[in-house]
Design a protein. Structure first.
Length: 75
């Protein structure tokens, strides 16, 4: 059974969100791991927690989904 245009658009939004969020999750995890590896009793309370990258905005996700849609439409 084929998907409706609405289902395809929803799939593209989910894919765009995943594409944009995966590297951010990885970066946040790496920063947290690095922080905890440097943390010890001597520097506890003085070692600043790293600034985490922001997640993509809704606008970023929609723009990426539109980019993916153009690729699908070209096929």
């Amino acid at each position: 059974m084929s998907k409706t245009p609405y289902e395809i658009r929803l799939d593209l939004l989910h894919l765009a969100k995943e594409i944009l969020q995966t590297p951010i999750h990885d970066k946040r995890s790496n920063l947290s791991d690095e922080y905890h590896s440097k943390l010890n009793d001597a520097n506890r309370g003085t070692l600043p927690y790293p600034t985490m990258p922001d997640f993509p905005s809704t606008t970023d996700i929609v723009v990426k989904a539109e980019e993916l849609k153009k690729f699908v439409d070209a096929a």
